[in-house]
Structures are given as C-alpha cells and as structure tokens.
Design a binder for this molecule. Structure first.
Ligand code: FMN
Length: 340
C-alpha cells in the first residue's frame, strides 16, 4: 500500500527522533533531507561535527549515525509507515550514507520491533551514575542479546572474569586518554559547563568517578589544572561488579559501524523500557591494541565496536539537542509563501 507523501509535521517528528540518538560527545554528526516526492529521507554525515583525534577513522561517527537511523525507523513505524533502509556507506560528504524509503504503509500485524520503542526514544539517556548491586534478570539480558542479533550484530553479556579483564583494559585506555593532551583538548571543545547549548555535554552529565577506582568511567573534566567550571563531581562508590556487554560485528567497515549503531540503539531503547540504565565505556575501543584485546578469544572472530554497562540506578541527566531546523533540510513551504 503506497502511503501519502510525508507532511512537514511528520518530517519534523522523524528528524526530532533521529536527532535524539546518542553520539560520541553529543556531537550529533547527522543531517536529514527529504526526497523531492517527500517519500524518502536521505541521511548525511556532517563531517564538520567529527571528533577526529578520538575517532580518526570515523567509526564512532558512523555508530552515532546508525543510532539515529534506528530512531528514524522506530518513529516511521510509529507513524504508520513500513520503512525500508538502504545503507550507502562510503559516500563521503555530499552523498547520503543512507536512505530511508517511507513510501509503504504498515500492514496490520505484529509490532516490527517486538514492542513500540518510540516512547523510549526521548526517555533514553546515558546514566554515568553508580548502579545498584542488583543483577539484571537473565530473561531481560536474553531479550537484549536477541535485539542486537536481529540487527546483524553479536552482543555478549560478560561473565565475572571477562568483566574484570574489560574493566582493566578500559582503565588502561582511560589513563592513556587522560595523558593525551590532544585528546583532552578535543574533548574540552565538546563540554558545555555553563551556557545553554544545543550539543556537547552539560556539567550535570559529566558523572562522578568511582571512589574505589573499580569502574573506569570516562573523565570528561580531565586532570587539573582545569577551569573551575570543569571541577569534577565528587567521587562515588560504584556497583561491585558491573553488568557489561560487548557489541561485535563480523566486519569492520562503514556498513558494519552503521549496523552496530542501530543495534546499540535497539538494545538501549529496549533496556530503557525495562527500566534499565545504560552507559557506554568506549575508551578501550579507541586504541587499536586495547580494542583487539577486548575480544573474548572464545567468541571467535569479530570486531568489538562498543562496551555497554547496564544496571539499575538514577536516570541520566538530559543532554541538549540541535533544533530540528538545523538538522532537517525542508524544502521551502509553498503555503508560507502565499501567506497561508
Ligand atoms: C560511539 C559512542 C561512544 C561513546 N562513548 C562514551 C564514553 O566512552 N563514555 C561515556 O560516558 N559516554 C559515551 N557515549 C555516550 C555519549 O556521550 C552520549 O550519548 C551523548 O553525550 C548524548 O547523551 P545521551 O546519551 O544522554 O543522550 C558514547 C556514545 C557513542 C554513540
């Protein structure tokens, strides 16, 4: 069933959902542009929003865009469409890296994602707070692993020994990042401690460091001396044994990264509906040697794209987003020109 062209309100609602996705340092490196017939939405990478020292290959940039793609799919289903996504990675700059075909209407039948994930799109945030010492039920973990699998990736919930090994690798990577002046300088350009902002990380979201140095959360404020507005929050005691999972793809190219981003977001939205909080521990993925070691030798080949931490605790602070008009290229409104 061919659906009518998307209205301006629908396009704006889709873009708002895409723009709510998580991204490295809240860089939001995406743009959306409808096709002339208003039945397709093109998705572009915005390389002016790249984070090149931390992410020289654009891997995290693609993961972030992948998360936005998944939100677009969720919103499209919510608005009664049957989205068909075509990935076109490798098109730098002026070409779209993905296109969402929205011409088809949704048939009556089961919910494509198992449940309506749309309410979670705007509830989801990174929680960098300590979590409770409470296990994530096996059944919930199983659902999350299935969700990642459906998106063509492998998520592995780590057992205690693997958690400790991954925490050690993350601590090693975090120490390197803390000592790397170029990375620290780059990260600071994405911190928004004072002014109202449309991107970057506000002070309320910096998150504490673990008092017992067991869970190596990313330190956004870095080492002193730093301006007073970047003072790190007081340390806190984190959960004794965090529930970590790795997300792995078979290949390690742009299409794999876009897939990993979609899988991450699918897992994150589902986790949110289960009352779970999530944070990303990405530091060890940012160095080739620690990234290689993240791979569990028993899991066979594959490339680790993300380390996720799940648990029960306070919701993460809200983070700003760019206004829809900045990320959506709408054609001129003929009605407005006629004063309608
Ligand atoms: C590829 C990628 C890597 C990230 N790495 C980290 C990280 O290492 N530490 C962290 O605390 N958050 C990390 N994040 C989370 C982002 O900082 C967060 O999504 C962004 O600031 C927007 O905030 P929100 O998730 O609350 O909407 C990462 C997100 C993505 C997509």
């Amino acid at each position: 069933m061919i659906s009518p062209a998307l209205t301006r309100d629908e396009l704006r609602a889709l873009a708002a959902a895409g723009g709510a996705a998580p991204s490295l340092h809240n860089s939001q490196p995406w743009r959306f542009r409808p096709s002339a017939d208003l039945r397709r939405l093109e998705v572009y990478a915005d390389y002016r929003r790249a984070v090149p020292v931390t992410d020289p290959d654009g891997r995290a940039l693609h993961i972030s865009i992948g998360a936005a793609l998944f939100n677009l799919r969720v919103a499209a289903v919510h608005f009664g469409r049957a989205p068909v996504l075509r990935l076109q990675p490798g098109h730098p700059g002026r070409q779209p890296i993905a296109e969402l075909d929205l011409a088809e209407g949704r048939q009556a039948g089961p919910e494509p994602f198992g449940r309506d994930l749309y309410p979670a799109v705007f509830l989801r945030h990174s929680s960098r707070e300590p979590f409770a010492n409470r296990d994530v039920p096996e059944a919930v973990l199983g659902e999350l692993l299935d969700a990642a699998h459906t998106e063509g990736t492998v998520m592995t919930a780590l057992e205690e020994a693997e958690v400790r090994r991954v925490l050690d690798l993350t601590a090693e990577a975090e120490a390197r990042i803390a000592a790397d002046v170029a990375r620290q300088t780059e990260t600071r350009t994405w911190l928004r401690p004072e002014a109202p902002a449309v991107d970057g990380i506000p002070a309320a979201a910096f998150g504490p460091q673990d008092h017992d140095a067991r869970v190596p959360m990313r330190s956004f404020t870095g080492r002193p001396p730093a301006p007073a507005v970047l003072a790190p929050p007081p340390t806190r005691r984190f959960e004794a044994l965090p529930q970590l999972a790795t997300l792995t793809t078979h290949g390690d190219r742009a299409a794999d990264w876009l897939r990993a981003g979609q899988a991450m977001e699918r897992v994150w939205l589902l986790a949110t509906l289960h009352g779970l909080r999530v944070s990303v521990l990405h530091q060890a993925v940012e160095w080739p040697d620690t990234r290689r070691l993240l791979r569990d030798p028993e899991q066979g080949p594959g490339h680790v794209q993300l380390v996720l931490r799940f648990g029960y605790g306070p919701p993460g602070a809200t983070t700003p987003r760019r206004p829809v008009d900045e990320i959506l290229d709408l054609p001129a409104d003929p009605g407005a020109a006629q004063g309608m």
